[in-house]
Design a protein. Structure first.
Length: 370
C-alpha cells in the first residue's frame, strides 16, 4: 500500500522482505529477501537508499543507529522508534511528558507481579515489553494464582532483545480510540479524524470514523495529545496513538505505532490524502497532504481468514451488491483468523455504511448470510 502511494509521486521503492511471497514482494520490483535483524543484510540493502522507513517496528535499533552513523536517513529514527518497540520505555516516556498512563510497573518476577496486583487490585494486565502483537504477549491476570504465566510466555515471544514484563492496571474502558498523526522532519504535522477501533480477541475487526459520539472538544484533545507525543518523541512519518476511553470520557495511552497503521486503512479511499501517501511525504520532507474525510462517515472492516479461499472470486458478489464498495486484498494465503484484506465503505449514515462494510467483510470470510 505504501508502494501504491509512491507510484504517483514518482518515488522508487526498494524492499527488504522476510520472504519472496510476502504481500509487498508480490508488487514491488526491487526486492531483497533477507533477515532484517542481521546487520550485514540491512546495511547492504540500505546502500544507495535516500531514506529508510518501515512497515513494522521490529528492526533492532542498534542496526538503525549504525545506518545513521553512515549518513543514511532513518525515519522514524531509532531514538523515536524504540518507544514503539519497548512498552517499558514507552510507559516511562509517557509518564515523563505527562501523557495519560494507566498505573504501571516493571516486574522482574512473579513475586513482584503478585505484589503489584495486591497493591492496586485484581485483575491486572501483564505484557511483554517487546515482541507482542495482535493480542500475543498480553495476559489478563485475574488473581495471584496466575502470576507465573507471563514469565513462561515471555520466553516464547522474545527474539533476542531484552524483554521484561510490564504490569498495568486493568482499565475497564468503554472503547478503544485511534489518533493518527503524521509529522515531517521540518516539523510540519497533520492529524486525521479520531477513529473508534472495534476489537475482538485483541484483533481490530472494524474502525468507525469519526468515532461515534465523541464530542468535538474530546476529539481535538485526542488529536492534540497525539501531536504532542509525536513532537516530544521526534517521530517522522505516521504515528498511531492507541487510546483507551473510560466511561467518564477520559483516556489513557495504550500503545504507539510508528508506521501506517491498520486503524488508518480507511484513509486510502475515504481521506483526501491516505496515511500511506502522507507517510512517504513525511519521510521525504515533502509538504503534507490534507487529512480531511471525503464523506461524513467511513467504516473499515478487516477480512480475516475464514471458509472462503477464493477471495477475488467472492468479490463478484460484493461488487454486484455494492458498487461503491472499496476492497483491498493482501495476496496472503487464507488461514483462520489471519488478516487477508479489508473493505471500506463511506457515506452519510453510519448505520447504513457500517452494514455495507459488515456484509462485504462477512461474505469474504465465507458467510453467505452476512
Amino acid at each position: 500500500m505504501m508502494h501504491q502511494a509512491a507510484i504517483s509521486l514518482g518515488i522508487t521503492v526498494r524492499l527488504l522482505a522476510e520472504g519472496p511471497d510476502v504481500s509487498a514482494a508480490q508488487v514491488i520490483a526491487d526486492v531483497t529477501v533477507g533477515d532484517y535483524t542481521d546487520p550485514a543484510t540491512v546495511e547492504a540493502f540500505a546502500t544507495g537508499c535516500d531514506v529508510i522507513t518501515f512497515d513494522h517496528e521490529h528492526v533492532p535499533t542498534t542496526i538503525l543507529h549504525d545506518l545513521q552513523s553512515r549518513g543514511i536517513a532513518v525515519r522514524p529514527g531509532p531514538d523515536a522508534l524504540v518507544h514503539a518497540q519497548d512498552k517499558a520505555v514507552m510507559r516511562a516516556r509517557m509518564e515523563a511528558i505527562g501523557a495519560p498512563n494507566p498505573t504501571w510497573r516493571v516486574c522482574a518476577d512473579a513475586d513482584e507481579l503478585r505484589a503489584f496486583g495486591d497493591e492496586i487490585g485484581w485483575p491486572i494486565i501483564a505484557k511483554t515489553s517487546r515482541g507482542g502483537y495482535d493480542g500475543k504477549g498480553v495476559w489478563k491476570i485475574e488473581g495471584p494464582d496466575g502470576v507465573d504465566e507471563p514469565f513462561t510466555g515471555m520466553k516464547q515471544v522474545s527474539a533476542g532483545e531484552q524483554v521484561v514484563i510490564v504490569a498495568e492496571e486493568f482499565v475497564p474502558f468503554a472503547r478503544e480510540l485511534s489518533a493518527l498523526v503524521v509529522r515531517s522532519p521540518s516539523g510540519q504535522a497533520a492529524a486525521y479524524p479520531i477513529s473508534e477501533s472495534v476489537q475482538t480477541g485483541g484483533i481490530c475487526v472494524e474502525t468507525l470514523t469519526p468515532a461515534p459520539g465523541l464530542s468535538e472538544p474530546a476529539a481535538v484533545a485526542a488529536q492534540q495529545l497525539a501531536l504532542r507525543i509525536s513532537h516530544e518523541l521526534g517521530v517522522v512519518g505516521m504515528l498511531a496513538v492507541e487510546l483507551m476511553e473510560r466511561a467518564d470520557g477520559s483516556v489513557v495511552v495504550n500503545e504507539l505505532a510508528m508506521r501506517p497503521h491498520n486503524t488508518g486503512h480507511w484513509t486510502i479511499d475515504a481521506a483526501r490524502t491516505s496515511q500511506f501517501e502522507n507517510h512517504i511525504r513525511a519521510v521525504l520532507d515533502l509538504p503534507l497532504g490534507e487529512p480531511d474525510m471525503r464523506a461524513p462517515v467511513a467504516v473499515m472492516a478487516n477480512v480475516l481468514g475464514g471458509d472462503e479461499t477464493d477471495l477475488t472470486g467472492a468479490l463478484l458478489h460484493c461488487f454486484a451488491r455494492d458498487r461503491e464498495l472499496r476492497a483491498h486484498l493482501y495476496g496472503k494465503e487464507v488461514k483462520p483468523g489471519r488478516k487477508v484484506g479489508h473493505v471500506t465503505t463511506y457515506g452519510d449514515d453510519l448505520e447504513v455504511v457500517r452494514r455495507r462494510a459488515a456484509h462485504a467483510a462477512g461474505y469474504l470470510m465465507g458467510d453467505p448470510n452476512a
